[in-house]
Structure formats: structure tokens, C-alpha cells
Design a protein around this ligand. Sequence first.
Ligand code: PHE
Ligand code: NA
Length: 472
Amino acid sequence: MPDTRGSIHGQWSSRFVFILAAVGSAVGLGNIWKFPYITGENGGGAFVLVYLVCIALIGVPIMMAEILIGRRGRQSPINTMRVLVADEQANPAWRWLGWLGVVTGFLILSYYSVIAGWALAYVFRAGAGLFTGADADSVSTLFGALLGSPESMLAWHTIFMVMTMVVVARGVRGGLEKAVTLLMPALFVLLVLLVFYAMYQGAFARGVEFLFNADFSKVFQHCESLESGGPASCRFTGEPLLIALGHAFFTLSLGMGAIMVYGSYMPGNASIARATLIIVAADTVAALLAGLAIFPIVFANGLEPAAGPGLIFQTLPIAFGSMPGGRLFGTLFFVLLTFAAWTSAISLIEPAVAWLVENRGIARVPAAIAVGVLAWVLGIGSVLSFNLWSGESFQLFGKTWFDLMDYLTANILLPLGGLFIALFAGWVMSRAASRGELRMGDRRGYRTWRFLVRYVSPWLVVIVFLNAIGLI
Ligand code: PHE
Ligand code: NA
């Protein structure tokens, strides 16, 4: 009975809008900020390959699972789980899955907004012409000045969080559809432009080799540069596998209910498999373009690939500073990056807000403000992680607050949520239910999906977890 339930939050006007919104959620800082820097820290090609395998064998089937669960339940993830548990007469403990997602999204938003604040700050630096003629040193000084000022980081974090609350308060459809249609393609065009720049001005061959030549001796090697601009120190660990797995979830917005809640607004007759392939392709292309733009600049300027979270802010300004029209393109680029982060941030709090509206009878506006303010407060810890709290005495488990939030959410909570989503869709939901919702008949496509979601994805996640905690 897939079409009998509607969502009280409204429905996307078409299949196309669902895809736009999901691409808006997926493509964000994860692609342009995070993918390049973790690739740099984890040795390049082999890491990229592991990441792509995770996307194909875990990301695709779990995204289909998450959309199908959402569309069947037609409510916030918490209530969707409640409805489906009743439908399938499953163990009520499954309802925790919805809660896990809401908490994870909220934790991610707290630091996501801080990094989005950097992008916002860079709009004005680019606009003021501060990159003109920049070299590696001046760009690194400029970035250091931002990190060194908790006040300005806090101000940008605040502005970004307010922007997010405003959109969420107005509901999923207000104006966003049109903006995504226009601005997402523009971001892709600018990325392609940067790749062209890298082709002519950067060490392109070395960049390509770094990204795509899988040197498997580096699969267990994790490097970090301790001081900004300094050389990286490397250690041997299973962590790169966990980071690649976690990033597959993070970049596709999987494992916390963002895609589930968007799926709940999806029209009943749209193909979930086709939508998934489009979303995954767009996300992967965006990440690879970002890598192709950044690493040639890194190598051409003798920069450190393992420079960490500041990588794009210390490389792309060099490109904008020396290309014709760089001031305009640089400004535009950071505007579009901020926009991409914005559409992702919205999806991070939508599950929590949808739940407050459904269950607590709170109106959208106060619900959005409440969740946003809480995430903002938690984000202050991430702001301080780059300055006042960066010292060892403030670290927990050898990590700053920001590192801890990032590690906990991307590497643990999202894969855990994804694991349970796969188990629920593959083992708890009946064949009839998942097949009916996927509209795939009982052909090879459906059987492959079911096989992956029952046997392959869950086991891969478990194996990587066990490896990360040193058990295998
Ligand atoms: N996928 C987003 C990105 O790559 C981040 C995100 C994660 C958004 C989880 C929603 C849920 O930037
Ligand atoms: Na992404």
C-alpha cells in the first residue's frame, strides 16, 4: 500500500525535485573540502579505490534501502521506523534507529556549520581581491589568520547556522527547488574550470597519478601534518579503511535519515534505483573533479598533501590568484561552495525538525530554531578546536573536539546507522514490501540489490569495524 500514506510536510512536486534535493544534500563540503584532504592524508590512489568500492557495494544498495524505507513510512525517520516496525511486526527495538539518525545529524551539523563558515569567510576574501598574486606562503598566512581568530570563526559559524534555520523554518519546498536547479550545475562548471586550470598550470600528471595510481603499500598508512605547512608524519594503521568507509556514508548523506526523510517526500511512482544512480554519480563526479583540481596545485607549489582540513583553503586561492578573472571566479566558487554546504546542512536537521513537528506539536519555526541553536552551541567546541582548545590539554582520546565529532559521526555513527538500515531493509522487511516499493519486479536488478543489502554491505561494514578496533 505504498501510495495511501502522504507526508504532512508536503511532497516534492516531481521525481526530478526529489533528485535535486537529494543531490543538494549529497554534494557539499564532503566532496570539495573533505574528500581531497582525507585522500591526501591517506596516501592517494589506494584510498580512492577503497572509497569507490565502498560507494558501489555499500553506498548504492544502502541508499536504495534508505529511500525505500522513507517512502514507505512517509514520516520523520523516528516515526517512519515506528510505522514500519508495526507493519512488519518487528521488534520494537528497531525504533532506536530513527533516534540514532536524529542525534547523528545534529552532531554533524554542529561542526559542518563551522567549516561552512570558512567557505563563507572566503567569499569575502576572494571578493576583496586578497588572493591576487598569492603564493603558498601568503595563502597559508591568510588561512592561519582565520583559524587564529575564534571571534571571526564564531561569527561566520553563526551566520551560516542562521541561514540554515531560516530555510528549514520555511519548509522543504520554499524557494529551494529553483536555487538548486541553477546553482548546482554552476558549481560543476566551476569545478571543471578549475580542473582546466590545473591541467595547464599545475603538476597535472603528478596529481592524476596521486589520485588514481593505487599503491597498495599505502593502504594502511595514515599521515598527518602536525603544524600548518609542516611535513607530515605517517603511521601504520587500519584507519584508512574506516575513513574510506565512513566517508562513503558521509558523502552520500547516508546512515542518519537525511535521505530517508527526503525519500518520505518522494512521489510514489518514481524509480528509486534510477534516482539512486543519478545521486551517486553526481556526488562521485563532484569529488573526483575536486581532487583533480586540487592535487596538481598541491604538487606544483610544493605543498603537503596531508595538510589536513585546511587543504582546499590553502590551494585553490593560489589558482584564483593567478588565473585571468580569478577574483570573480574565486568569489563565485566560494559562493557556490557555501550554497552546496547550505543545501546539505538543511538535510542534516530536517529529520529532527520533522520529528518535533510530528510528535511534539511544535510549529516548524520554533522547531528549526531550537535544533539550530543547540547545534550552534555544540559547534563552539569545534570553533575553539582550531585555536584556544587546540592544545594537548584540551584533547580527548588524542583528538580535538572537532576531530572527535568528525570521527564519532563519520566513522562510527553513520556506518552503524547504515548497517542497521541495510539489516532492516534486507532482513526485517518482507520481500513483498521491498519489491513493491522499489517497483523492480523480481528480476535481476531486485535480486542483486537484495543480495547486496542482506549479505555484502552489512558484512563489509562489520569487517571494517572489527579491523579498526584491532580485532582482525
Ligand atoms: N553529504 C554531505 C556532504 O558530502 C554531508 C551530509 C552528511 C549531509 C550526512 C547530510 C547527511 O557534504
Ligand atoms: Na557528498
